[in-house]
Structure formats: C-alpha cells, structure tokens
Design a protein around this ligand. Structure first.
Ligand code: M6R
Length: 603
C-alpha cells in the first residue's frame, strides 16, 4: 500500500523524505519517488524497486535552505509497477503524489485527452495534476484551481501537490485514506500517511478528517472540511515508533484483522469490471490446455487452498485437488500436463511450497502463484502470479493474507467458470455482487469485538477445542483451530462436523470446548444435528450462527447474509478475534508466538 511524506522548511529535504519513506516501507511498495521545490525550480526523481535505488539516483542532489518536498512509495493498482507509473506525477509546472483510488479517473482522463492533454502514465493519479493545471491555465489562482480539482474527484485519496505557481505552499487533500500534518517547534511542517515518519521531527499533529483539503506554508495552515473553513486542531504526537506503526492497536495481528476490509478492496481492484472477472495476469498461461487444478501450500495457505477446492468444483466446474506441500514433495506424484499447478503462499519463500513448485515445473506443468510478496522466490519461478495485495503482514498468525487469498481464489474460480462457459450470466452476476459486498462484511464492529473479548475469559482452560464446520466451513474450522493453537498454545483441532461421530465425539464432556460454525446458507440442518449430538454429551458449545440455537452454552449471532461466502468471512473474523482475545488474556506475545517464524524457509 502506498506511503506519503511531505516537508516544508529549511533542512535538507531529501533526508526527511527518504527516511520518512523508509519508515513506511512495511506497507509494501514497488517504486518510489520524490520532488523538491526550491528557489522556483522543481527537481524530481523516481525509481523502480527498493528505496536504495531512489537513494542512488538522488545521491548527488542536495536541497538545504527553504523549500518544499514531497515523497511517495507506490504499490501498483492502476498500471504496472514501472518508473513512468511511479509518483510524483507532473504536468508542466506542478507535481503530485497520491494514495488511494480515483474512481472517476477514466471519465476525467477522457475529457482531458479530448482537450489535448498528454498523459505519461497509466495511473489514475495523473489526472489530478492535469486537472489542476487546466484550471490554472483557465486563469484561476492555485488555491481556486486546487479547490476545483478536489471537488471533481470521486473515490479515496490522500494527495500532496506542489507547483511553481506557489513556491511557498504544499496543497493537500484527504478522503478515506490517512493523512497527517505535523508541526515542529522550529516552524517546519510535515506530512505523512502514518505517525512513524514524524516521530522525532514534530511534537504536534493533525489527523485529518475525511473530506479535508487545504494548503500549508511555513506560517499557516488553511484547512477546509466539507468545503467549510476549519481551525486546525493539533494534538500531541506519540513517541513510540512500534506503537505508531500499530496505529494504536495492541498487536500487529489485531491491526491486520481490522485492515481486512481495506485490503479486500485492494484485492478486488481492477479485477471485477462490468460484471466480469478480469485477470490480465493470467495472459501468460494457456488455459485452453488445462482440465484440472492441483494446489499445493502449507499452513493457513493450505486452508485457503482447501476452501477454494469447493469453489473450483462448484462454481468453476473444474476438477481440483489440494495437497500439503511437504507431503506432496515425497509422494512421487503423477503429474499430467493438463493440470494447472497452483501454489499459494503469503511470503513466497516457504521452502516446501517452493520445492513443490519446482517439481511441477520440472514435470512441464503450467504454474500459477497466489502470493502476497512480489518478486519473492515463488513469484519469480511461477509462469504467472496473482498477487493478493494484502500489504505487509507482520503478525506471525496470518489473518489478512488468508482473507485476500480466499478472495483471489474465489475470483479465479469465477474466471475459470466464465472462460469455459460453465457459469451462467445470472450466477456470475450474483457471485460478483457477493464478492463486492465482502469489504463491507469485513468491517469489524466494536460491539462484536467487545462481546468476544468478554466471552474469551470462559475459554482459557479445558482439555481442548474442536472447531467444527461443513463444506467451506470445514477449512475455516481448520483455520480457526490453527489460529487459536499458534498464539494461545491451547490444543485445538478443526474437524468436519459430520466426522465427529466417527471417533472424536468420544472426547466430549463439559471440558471439551466446541466452536460450531453454523451458517444458514450451507447445510444448516446437518450441522445443527451434529452440534445437538455433542450437546447431548455435555460438551461446552460456542455456536456461531445467524439463527438462534438454544442448545449452545454461548452464542455469537452473525448477520443474515444471502451468500455463504459472506457468512464465511464474517465467521472468519470471529474466530480470529476469539484467538486473539484468548491469547491476550493468557499473556502471550500474540505477534511473535513461541517456536514460530513468519517465513518458513527451511524444510
Ligand atoms: O508464507 P506462507 O503462506 O507460504 O506460509 C505458510 C505457513 O507457514 C503459514 O501460513 C503459517 O501456517 C502461519 N503461521 C499461519 O498463521
């Protein structure tokens, strides 16, 4: 996800901009750039890849003495990661950086092109600078031109703009994407998309509200909210960097649970267009040659794979099998070239998954990576990649990576159904509608979190947990159990609900905690009778369902959703928060659980 920094003052601007961007690195990016306005001249530098490349490009550039600077790390959404698409974007005399998405950019761009404007990038962001300059050329002042520009933009944005037309000011705007303004005791002004770059530089900040815009110079900040003038309200800045990176959450895992609504939007971006799934990344593959899918992965990614197997067969109508990578490697598998071999990995470095991929390549199979880290070993080796766009995941216990993997796989199942004409237009429309609803489903309600926090104190002992579910809720049960065991160190198992009576039910007593996933849209009556059997044996039951269930000891009511995937994501959040709250009560280090590493690069 993109990062923004800005500076007004006398110090070396390059230094603050590059160091600030370094602090935002954890958000993930594929290019970076800066622009500095000093003595009426703007110098701009952009580089693909790591910040080191930008550092190298700017090594002979110095900019002390009064001036303005803006800096950006870009994580590609519209347009490939190329230098031309990196920010800042420029017009004839102005430069902008932008985070977020301009939803109506196409229409704005077409109008500008019709008026003779020449675009240099494929981004949505570039329209901002051209719109601004168009208004200047029509005779408006910089301030009026900026106001008019912002009023035309629809979507989410944090924007900084500098222009030779006003050598003193940085113009800013914020809607639905974070932007902070900071002030130092020496009168310098700073901008950033999160606290971390500001720590050590300023002591007071303004966390801009949505629909804010304005301009700042060394003497004053002019702020408008909803077009009304507003007095800037500064608050003290926290001084703990890790706390700042966690945006006030207790753990990265908690922050990442809350980020899921946002990153789900990123995952879908540009891939769901006009009632069609568009996955240009698959152009590298010859899908006409495949009639089967095999997926290999480990841990949480394996659970995403298991979930998707239901979707591939049910919606995509294509045969799909799933294997744990460490098992697959040594079973001497039979590999037919009509198989599309998919590997799923958050890190892209998991040793077993990477080896499985090498085996598939050696056998001449077409390969596809579903991965969160671009340029990772798995991405580099695969024939094609669908990036999950979850942003950097710091908590060892995977949350947002799982959510975005499932979304990506769901889109892929739809894409395959669409390509081989196995899915009706009507069903595709319904599925797309459900897909687009997921970012809303993923918003965590305070009341829900508080309810789970209170409930969690009853689940700190006992001789084990069974998470049970059926169909896609079975892999979700596996994932719920994995989440709990990794960070609480309590024994937990995921089980297909229908299998309990074939053995595990022998364990049922009041100290066996059963977390029952009971969606209304898939096999409700079946799971209900499975849970009744456990209840009859006095197991302690926490039922998660939109439908009241009297036999449960505890009950978390979910909302009435029409689509099973909406229920899936809602229940996923509940199991994640349950694991988090139990572990916090047990005093564990949630982000760095014992014996575990974020990236498992050894066999
Ligand atoms: O990076 P990968 O997705 O390949 O990692 C696979 C597993 O190591 C990972 O999912 C692990 O199970 C997580 N700790 C789960 O929270």
């Amino acid at each position: 996800m993109c990062g923004i920094v800005g500076y007004i003052g006398n110090k070396e601007k390059k230094e603050f901009l590059l160091n600030g961007l370094k602090e935002l690195e954890y958000r993930g990016y594929d290019s970076a750039g800066i622009a500095v306005l000093k003595d009426g001249k703007i110098d701009s530098f952009r580089a693909l890849g790591k910040l080191e490349n930008l550092k190298e490009k700017t090594k002979n550039f110095f900019s002390d003495g009064f001036g303005l600077g803006i800096g950006h790390t870009r994580w590609a959404t519209h347009g490939k990661p190329t230098e031309a698409n990196a920010h800042p974007h420029s017009g004839d005399f102005s430069y902008i950086i932008h985070n977020g998405i301009i939803e109506n950019y196409k229409e704005l761009k077409d109008n500008l092109i019709a008026e003779g404007v020449h675009f240099l990038s494929q981004t949505d962001s570039e329209v901002i600078v051209h719109l601004f300059e168009k208004f200047i050329k029509e005779g408006f002042s910089s301030k009026e031109a900026f106001k008019k520009t912002i009023s035309l933009l629809k979507g989410a944005f944090a924007i900084l703009l500098i222009t030779k037309n006003d050598k003193e000011s940085i113009y800013f705007a914020k809607n639905a994407v974070p932007l902070i303004i900071g002030k130092s005791k020496d009168g310098e002004i700073f901008f950033s998309s999160s606290d971390a770059p500001l720590i050590g530089h300023c002591n007071e900040v303004i966390y801009l509200e949505d629909k804010s815009f304005g301009w700042a110079n060394k003497d004053r900040i002019k702020l408008f909210v909803n077009k009304d003038k507003k007095e800037p309200q500064f608050v003290p800045l926290t001084i703990d960097k890790t706390y700042a990176q966690k945006d006030g959450y207790r753990f990265f895992m908690e922050k990442e649970i809350y980020e899921q609504a946002n990153v789900a939007g990123e995952t879908l971006m540009g891939r769901v267009c006009d009632n069609e799934i568009v996955l240009d990344e698959l152009n590298e593959l010859d899908l006409d040659k495949i009639n089967e899918i095999k997926i290999c992965a480990c841990g949480t990614s394996y659970h995403a794979a298991l979930t998707s197997a239901y979707l591939f067969e049910r919606i995509g109508r294509i045969k799909c099998s799933v294997e744990i990578a460490s098992e697959f490697r040594y079973k001497e598998p039979l590999l037919d070239q009509k198989i599309l071999f998919i590997v799923i990995s958050q890190s892209g470095e998991t040793a077993d998954t990477l080896e499985a991929l090498k085996m598939a390549k050696k056998a001449g199979l077409q390969t596809l990576a579903i991965c969160n880290v671009d340029n990772s070993s798995i991405v580099r080796l695969s024939d094609a990649t669908l990036l999950t766009r979850a942003g950097i995941e710091k908590g060892v216990a995977s949350t947002k990576a799982f959510a975005t993997q499932i979304l990506t796989l769901w889109m892929l199942a739809l894409f395959i159904g669409q390509k081989f004409r196995k899915i009706s237009k009507e069903t595709l429309n319904l599925e797309i509608k459900a897909l687009l609803h997921i970012p809303t489903v993923l918003q965590v309600k305070n009341s829900l979190h508080e309810k789970i926090r209170r409930l969690s104190k009853r689940y700190l002992h006992g001789h084990g947990f069974f998470f049970i579910g059926r169909d896609i809720f079975y892999p979700l049960a596996l994932e719920g159990a994995l989440k709990l065991k990794e960070i609480s160190y309590l024994h937990a198992e995921g089980y297909p609900a229908g299998e309990m009576k074939h053995g595990p039910i022998a364990l049922a007593d009041s100290k066996l905690f059963t977390i029952a996933l009971m969606p209304k849209n898939i096999l409700y009556e079946k799971i209900k009778s499975n849970v009744e059997e456990l209840s009859a044996r006095d197991a302690t039951i926490l039922a998660i369902s939109p439908l009241e269930f009297d036999l449960a000891d505890d009950f978390i009511k979910t909302s009435m959703q029409d689509h099973p995937m909406s229920e899936f994501f809602e229940m996923m959040i509940i199991t994640q928060i349950l694991a988090l709250e139990i572990s916090i009560r047990l005093g564990n280090d949630v982000d760095m659980p014992r014996n575990l590493a974020k990236s498992v690069t050894v066999e």
